[in-house]
Design a protein around this ligand. Structure first.
Ligand code: ARG
Length: 481
C-alpha cells in the first residue's frame, strides 16, 4: 500500500473530531504537537498498548479476535517505526495518537477499541515510567565505567603525593589516589540515587483513565505483571498528575553533574601551566585558532558547562509542576524535552569524562614542584608538640611562629636546623624534622578513611569489591569499612 506523504493531503479527522470543527488552527496545532520529540517513546507506547489490549481481552471487554487483530496490527506499526517508514503526522499531535491513527489505517475501525478504558493521560504516564525504567540502567553502567576509571587511576598513581587544598590554599599533603577515590564515593552515592529513581519509576499508572478511574472490569495487575511493575498507584488522580519520578531522576542527574563539574573543574586547574599536575591526551584537548602554543581542555570545560543545562532542566520541571491543580494539564507535556535532554547530556558527559580521565597523564614533576620548599606540613609540628603534652592551641601557636620564621627567610620547614626549632620550644626534638617530609606526613594519617597508603590500599580493595557487584543492585560492600 503506498504510504501517505508526511503532513500532506487532507488532514485526518482528529480523535476528538466529534466535538470540534475540522479546520483547526495550524499554529495551535504546531504549537501543541509533541510528535517532534515524544516519538522517542514509541517502543514503550507499543509495549503498553499490547499489554492493555491483552488485559481487555482477558477481562472480556474485547473479544478474542479483536485483541488478535489489534496485537497483529500493533506489530505491523512497530515494524514501520523500527524500519523508519512510519508516516509521522503533526496533525495527530503526539506519538500516542500517531500510532492509533496508523493502526486504524492498517486494521480498520476495530483499532478504535484499543483506547477503551484508557486515556492518553494514563497512557503517557505509563510510557514515561517505562522509558525511565529502560534508560536508567544505561546511565548507571556509564557511571560505573567512570568509577572503574577512577579506581584504575588510584592504582596507577598509587604512592604519588600532592598538596591537598582547602580554600584552594595548600593545606596538607595527600595521596593523589586518595583524591581520585573521593570522587569514586561521590559517584557511588549518585548510583544509589539513580537506583532509587528507578524504583520510583517502578509504579504502574495505567488504569487511572483520564483521572477518575474507568467503568470497566479492568485488571491493572495483569498489565503490571506483563510489564514487570512491582506496584501500582493507589489513587487515579495521583497516577495521572504525578511527575515526581521524573523529578527524582532529574535531581539524581543534577547532583551527578555537579560532581562531574567539580571533577572537571579540578582537571581544568590541574592541566593549567600554574598547577601542571596533569596532562590531557591530545585526543581530549583542542588547540587555538590563533595561538599555536595552546592546548585547551575544552571537553572538560563543556562537561562543567553542561551542568547548567541539567540543573536548568530540573528547575524547569519543578516550576512546571508547581501550583498545577489536579489532574492532567498539557503543562505536563513539558516534562519530556527536559527528561530527554538531561538523559542525553548525562550519558555523553559520563563517557567523555571516563575517556578523558583514563588517558590523562599525571605529571610527577608538577606535584614535586608544588610541594618543594613549602610549609604544607606545618600541622606536623603542632601534632608533635601535642603528643608531648603541649595543649594543641599552644602547639598551634608555636608552629605558626616557626612557619612565619620560614616564610620570612624564604626556606621550607625541612630546611630548618634542629637547634633553630628547639629555640621555639624545648619540646622540639631533632626527630621532628623527619616528619616534615610530605610523604612521611601522609603515612602518619592512618585514621579510618585517612590518606595513609595502607588506608588508601584498603579503600582500593573495597572499591574493587564494589566494582564486581551488579551495578543495578544497592551495594552493601561499603558497610564493611
Ligand atoms: N502529549 C501529551 C503529553 O505528552 C499526552 C497526553 C495528552 N492528554 C491530553 N489530554 N491532552 O503529556
Amino acid at each position: 500500500m503506498p504510504r501517505p506523504p508526511e503532513s500532506q493531503g487532507n488532514p485526518p479527522e482528529k480523535l476528538w473530531g466529534g466535538r470540534f470543527s475540522p479546520e483547526g488552527g495550524r499554529l495551535a496545532e504546531a504549537f501543541t504537537a509533541s510528535i517532534g520529540f515524544d516519538r522517542r517513546l514509541w517502543r514503550q507506547d507499543i509495549r503498553g498498548s499490547l499489554a492493555h489490549a491483552r488485559m481487555l481481552g482477558a477481562a472480556g471487554v474485547l473479544a478474542r479476535e479483536e485483541v488478535e487483530t489489534i496485537v497483529e496490527g500493533l506489530g505491523r506499526v512497530a515494524g514501520e517505526l523500527e524500519a523508519g517508514t512510519f508516516p509521522y503526522r503533526v496533525e495527530a499531535e503526539d506519538i500516542h495518537s500517531n500510532i492509533e491513527l496508523r493502526l486504524t489505517e492498517l486494521i480498520g475501525p476495530v483499532a478504535g477499541k484499543l483506547h477503551t478504558a484508557r486515556s492518553r493521560n494514563d497512557q503517557v504516564a505509563l510510557d514515561v515510567h517505562l522509558f525511565l525504567r529502560d534508560e536508567i540502567p544505561g546511565v548507571v553502567r556509564r557511571l560505573r565505567d567512570l568509577q572503574t576509571v577512577l579506581v584504575e587511576r588510584a592504582e596507577t598513581d598509587f604512592g604519588r603525593v600532592m598538596p591537598g587544598y582547602t580554600h584552594l590554599q595548600p593545606a596538607q599533603p595527600v595521596l593523589v589516589s586518595h583524591h581520585w577515590l573521593a570522587y569514586f564515593w561521590m559517584l557511588e552515592r549518585d548510583r544509589g540515587r539513580l537506583i532509587r529513581a528507578w524504583q520510583e519509576a517502578d509504579r504502574l499508572p495505567l488504569g487511572a483513565g483520564a483521572l477518575a478511574g474507568v467503568p470497566y472490569p479492568i485488571n491493572p495487575d495483569q498489565v503490571g505483571r506483563e510489564l514487570g511493575f512491582s506496584r501500582r498507584y493507589a489513587n487515579s488522580l495521583d497516577a495521572v498528575s504525578d511527575r515526581d519520578y521524573v523529578l527524582d531522576f532529574l535531581f539524581a542527574c543534577t547532583v551527578l553533574m555537579v560532581h562531574c563539574s567539580r571533577l572537571t573543574e579540578e582537571i581544568v586547574l590541574w592541566t593549567s601551566q600554574e598547577f601542571g599536575f596533569l596532562e590531557l591526551d591530545d585526543a581530549w584537548a583542542t588547540g587555538s585558532s590563533i595561538m599555536p602554543h595552546k592546548k585547551n581542555p575544552d571537553p572538560a570545560e563543556l562537561v562543567r558547562g553542561k551542568t547548567g543545562r541539567v540543573t536548568g532542566n530540573l528547575m524547569a520541571l519543578l516550576m512546571t509542576v508547581k501550583a498545577l491543580p489536579l489532574a492532567y494539564h498539557t503543562d505536563l507535556q513539558e516534562d519530556k524535552e527536559r527528561l530527554f535532554d538531561t538523559l542525553d547530556t548525562i550519558n555523553a558527559c559520563l563517557q567523555v569524562l571516563a575517556g578523558l580521565l583514563a588517558t590523562a597523564r599525571l605529571r610527577p614533576e608538577g606535584l614535586e614542584r608544588a610541594l618543594a620548599g613549602s610549609v604544607i606540613t606545618a600541622t606536623e609540628l603542632a601534632d608533635y608538640l601535642a603528643e608531648r603534652g603541649v595543649p594543641f592551641r599552644e602547639a598551634h601557636r608555636l608552629a605558626g611562629q616557626v612557619v612565619r620564621h620560614c616564610l620570612e627567610r624564604g626556606i621550607s620547614l625541612q630546611e630548618l636546623a634542629p637547634q633553630t626549632l628547639a629555640g621555639f620550644s624545648p619540646d622540639f626534638g631533632p626527630e621532628v624534622l623527619a616528619r616534615l617530609d610530605p610523604a612521611a606526613s601522609v603515612a602518619r594519617r592512618t585514621s579510618p578513611g585517612g590518606t595513609a597508603p595502607r588506608r588508601v590500599a584498603e579503600q582500593i580493595a573495597l572499591c574493587r569489591e564494589i566494582l564486581v557487584l551488579d551495578p543495578l543492585t544497592p551495594s552493601e560492600a561499603a558497610a564493611k569499612i
